[in-house]
Design a protein around this ligand. Sequence first.
Ligand SMILES: *[C@@H]1O[C@H](CO)[C@@H](O)[C@H](O)[C@H]1NC(C)=O
Ligand SMILES: *[C@@H]1O[C@H](CO)[C@@H](O)[C@H](O)[C@H]1NC(C)=O
Ligand SMILES: *[C@@H]1O[C@H](CO)[C@@H](O)[C@H](O)[C@H]1NC(C)=O
Ligand SMILES: *[C@@H]1O[C@H](CO)[C@@H](O)[C@H](O)[C@H]1NC(C)=O
Ligand SMILES: *[C@@H]1O[C@H](CO)[C@@H](O)[C@H](O)[C@H]1NC(C)=O
Length: 459
Amino acid sequence: MGNENHDQQYLKKLPSYYNQQTHTQTQKHKLKSLMLIIFTNLVTIYIFTGPFSFMYKYSSMSTSDSSSILQELNSTKAQLAASHTILSELHQRLNSTNLLVQALLIDLTREQEKQSNRVDESPVIIKLGNNDSTTASPTISDELGVALGPHKLPFGFSPKIGAGEIHMPVGEACLKFHEDLKQYMTYEIGGECPVDDVLAQGLILKGCEPLPRRRCHPKSPINYVEPTPFPDSLWTTPPDTSIIWDSYACKSYQCLVDRKNEPGNSYDCKGCFDLEKEEKIKWIFDDGGLDFGIDQVLATKAAGTIRIGLDIGGGTGTFAARMKERNVTIITSTLNLDGPFNNMVASRGLIPMYISISQRFPFFENTLDIVHSMDIIGNWMPDTMLEFVLYDIYRVLRPGGLLWLDHFFCFGSQLNKTYVPMFDQVGFNKLRWHVEMKLDPGVRKNVWYISALMEKPMI
Ligand SMILES: *[C@@H]1O[C@H](CO)[C@@H](O)[C@H](O)[C@H]1NC(C)=O
Ligand SMILES: *[C@@H]1O[C@H](CO)[C@@H](O)[C@H](O)[C@H]1NC(C)=O
Ligand SMILES: *[C@@H]1O[C@H](CO)[C@@H](O)[C@H](O)[C@H]1NC(C)=O
Ligand SMILES: *[C@@H]1O[C@H](CO)[C@@H](O)[C@H](O)[C@H]1NC(C)=O
Ligand SMILES: *[C@@H]1O[C@H](CO)[C@@H](O)[C@H](O)[C@H]1NC(C)=O
């Protein structure tokens, strides 16, 4: 900043300096001619008066001449001196600018060193002010603080990022459950992570999502075997040795399969691990009622235009498997609610995504061809939350993209009062719409179901 000022002053000075110089040069030139004249005169005088009269003759004859010469000499000398002064002044300015830049650089380096020391060495104290007990402001130190940053960029401010440091993302709700979070971040750096999926998932379910990263290795399954080759992997129950079972009540896939015979709805997706029974027939037939068939849904669009999508809460990935058989790539979001759902999806050669329904979908606007969700979205969700979910689905769907709402459940009283207006408000067109009441012998009674195929308008 100082430099610019100096530069400008320097530039302003420059023309006058050059003028002076040219002026000086003309003066020098004049001086030379004058000397020549003087010399010629002197020779002439010498020739005509002789050596003895020289001193006298010269001084008497050209007093006025010599004084004007001297004056000119004098002024030339003065101008030369002035030029010299300007030159040295400029030199001094340059020197001081240089010094200023050097001083600034030293300051900057010191500052950077100080801050990187602060981040890397001194214990980081992060205030988590969101706990309502404002009297004692809780602090978190050590690994959590290190994980969260801010992390100084090694090359300073990045115009691309728009900052000189990066803060690691964690869910806002993490700050509300800092005791659990602190426990989650307690481990030996570089060692084996504790088997704490339940703790981690508990945090995610409460909205602490994403979790901070950790510097430890997850426990690795012993006797891990290579996955079953595709496409057989789609319908093969993976080996038990692919799983760390510590966190689950079941300790084998067979146990998970047998779970479907237990009464009630105590387990999520309790039939999902049996790839032979219900899973095998899902979405194959279209009953014209609540159960739509995949082929019938795909047929609502030009062949091959439904290529990529998301299955929200997709259990063990059977929807994605059926779509894969039709060359459609589906990402299955699922949690590991007392079962290795994510591992199962991956073992089948499909893409699991470990995020809850609360998190903003990690896709850009107008990108997906289809979003499907079965038995997940329903009246267990607060209305406002559901509204945000629906708008987010609308956001990631491309124009003409499909939302297949599969068995959305609620009470009859909510149907026309709350949900139908909500779907309309978000702005989907209805391609298919089926409402049916089911007498559920289990926990839910007089549950109304909606199966709907909705389209994001082209506009
Ligand atoms: C030469 O210049 C100096 C100061 O600039 C002045 O004092 C002196 O009288 C001048 N000499 C003549 C011969 O003009
Ligand atoms: C400028 O700096 C150089 C070395 O840094 C020094 O030798 C010189 O005398 C300085 N000039 C002025 C005009 O301060
Ligand atoms: C705040 O933190 C304290 C200490 O961990 C905890 O006991 C309390 O329940 C927290 N309050 C809220 C509102 O989260
Ligand atoms: C899927 O893609 C493969 C390779 O392009 C092709 O051979 C196959 O017929 C496609 N299957 C379906 C059901 O479209
Ligand atoms: C909802 O509204 C539709 C059309 O207005 C009506 O046919 C249906 O019976 C209503 N359903 C319920 C559960 O009230």
